[in-house]
Design a protein around this ligand. Structure first.
Ligand code: SF4
Ligand code: SF4
Length: 465
């Protein structure tokens, strides 16, 4: 029975949390090998030391908060469809603050920030001793024209150059599963690149080799079945309190995080967590849900619930958060300094919350920006994020009988113009379809643009009438 299964799941989840309870002092980044996963002490959330987890192979003490470098701050002024310049001064400031407060894992990719993330992180991190942080990057050879052995190896060498380093601590095959087995074979097997990366690990230029997973579960299962051969040092998966048991309700192509996590746990492969906030959706929940969270823990942010969920299982090495602003970083530091694992009753509360979140008609956009740039200048994630925010805040008017119709209509339209410049709004979509294959959430973007545009037009017509 489904309910029984979920009760058992919850018990096994609690067991994972309890197993990591041994306390050790953290402090230095490198440590002896074979330490158990460990947790630092502290006097209360935000007042103690960062929680660290130990990589069983290398002994790396990795901060439970990992810095995701997909959404670095940018300077204003980019033209529609053009890549914005990274605000390097702000990146340096964020990196300095993060390191100073115990964050030591930085996750980037040649694909992030429209190709500018690695270079920016190279500048920021190389101002610090190389052994004070771990760099994770990826072989992001998505486009078939980059699948050749030469181009893939050139991409890897360029990562080393951009990051100003001669070794990578955590190297990933990027987003395996997107495009199924055909894409995986083309990107990594037929061209010998997986064997090349394994040889680089043997040579010490890659310290840990793993993969990040989105999409076709057959590829995930296949790679785990190859664990004896490739000895995966870590695997990056999407895990949050909605995806734990309800991933298919978010996106029918996704797989429950419980299955992914347990597959790794069984093989003792550390899990790196991405999307702990489901692309920001769990930081900006419906007002009614937010009120329930505030009632339970008045001093904690809404996002902290999701971060505590993602960090609680003891097989988790680090939880990535794309922190664009200092406020995000400080809030996450409060949550993880130290991590306070969820109680049984809080887990039950989050399972109820997950079901409630799914009952609201938001679009499953996680703001990854893989669909960008749109050749016609649309800010696709900006449009979808605004729509989701309005749903959560009760500002998507449901019809003229809605008692708050006028207020909600105004909030939606005024907010839309503020959030997305007019030239980048949904009415400029020509349904060319170029964005659609890039969306890991399988969102029918042109259809969503048409739907939102029709909705906006209906509100405007009504305004004019
Ligand atoms: S379908 Fe619309 S949103 Fe997508 S790339 Fe084409 S114009 Fe841009
Ligand atoms: S529409 Fe899809 S690809 Fe674009 S930002 Fe949202 S989730 Fe990412």
């Amino acid at each position: 029975m489904k309910t029984d299964r979920k009760n058992i799941d919850r018990r096994s989840f609690l067991k994972y949390m309890g197993a990591g309870a041994a306390l050790v002092a953290a402090g230095c980044v490198r440590s002896n090998k074979n330490d158990d996963i460990s947790t630092t002490g502290g006097t209360g959330a935000g007042e103690g030391e960062m929680t660290y987890r130990t990589n069983p192979k290398t002994g790396d003490k990795v901060s439970i908060l990992g810095y995701g470098c997909m959404r670095l701050p940018t300077l204003p002024g980019a033209e529609p469809g053009q890549a914005a310049e990274i605000d390097q001064e702000s990146v340096n400031e964020l990196v300095d603050y993060a390191l100073e407060h115990g964050v030591n894992y930085f996750d980037t990719s040649p694909a992030y920030c429209q190709g500018k993330s690695e270079g920016s992180m190279g500048i920021a991190l190389s101002r610090h001793p190389r052994d004070s942080y771990y760099i994770a990057t990826k072989l992001s050879n998505f486009a078939p024209q980059t699948w050749s052995r030469d181009k893939s190896i050139a991409m890897y060498h360029n990562s080393l150059k951009e990051l100003k380093t001669d070794y990578i601590d955590y190297m990933l095959l990027h987003a395996i599963g997107m495009g199924g087995m055909e894409s995986y074979n083309g990107r990594y097997v037929d061209n010998g690149i997986l064997d090349f990366l394994a040889a680089e690990r043997d040579a010490g230029r890659i310290k840990n080799l793993g993969f990040s997973y989105h999409g076709d579960i057959a590829v995930f299962d296949h790679l785990l079945s190859m664990h004896d051969k490739y000895k995966w040092d870590f695997v990056q998966i999407q895990l949050n309190y909605v995806d734990w048991l309800h991933a298919k309700e978010v996106n029918p192509r996704n797989t429950d995080a419980e299955y992914l996590y347990n597959g790794l746990k069984k093989r003792n492969i550390p899990a790196v967590i991405m999307e702990p906030l489901l692309g920001g959706r769990l930081a900006s929940v419906n007002n009614h849900i937010a009120a329930g969270m505030k009632q339970r823990r008045p001093d904690d942010s809404i996002a902290s619930w999701a971060f505590r969920f993602a960090g609680s299982p003891d097989g988790v090495l680090t939880v990535l958060s794309g922190m664009t602003y200092m406020d995000h970083l400080k809030d996450n530091l409060r949550t993880y300094s130290p991590l306070e694992p969820l109680t049984d009753s809080e887990l039950e509360f989050l399972e109820t919350t997950a079901k409630e979140i799914l009952s609201y008609p938001t679009v499953a956009c996680n703001d990854c920006k893989y669909c960008m740039p749109c050749p016609y200048g649309l800010d696709i994630p900006g449009i979808l994020t605004h729509y989701n925010k309005c749903v959560n805040e009760g500002n998507v008017p449901s019809g003229k009988n809605d008692p708050d119709y006028a207020k909600a209509k105004r909030a939606f339209l005024v907010g839309y113009d503020r959030a997305v410049p007019r030239l980048r709004q949904a009415n400029h979509c020509i349904a060319c379809g170029k964005c659609k294959p890039h969306c890991p959430q399988a969102i029918d973007i042109p259809a969503q643009m048409a739907r939102i545009d029709a909705f906006v037009e209906s509100l405007k017509q009504d305004t004019l009438a």
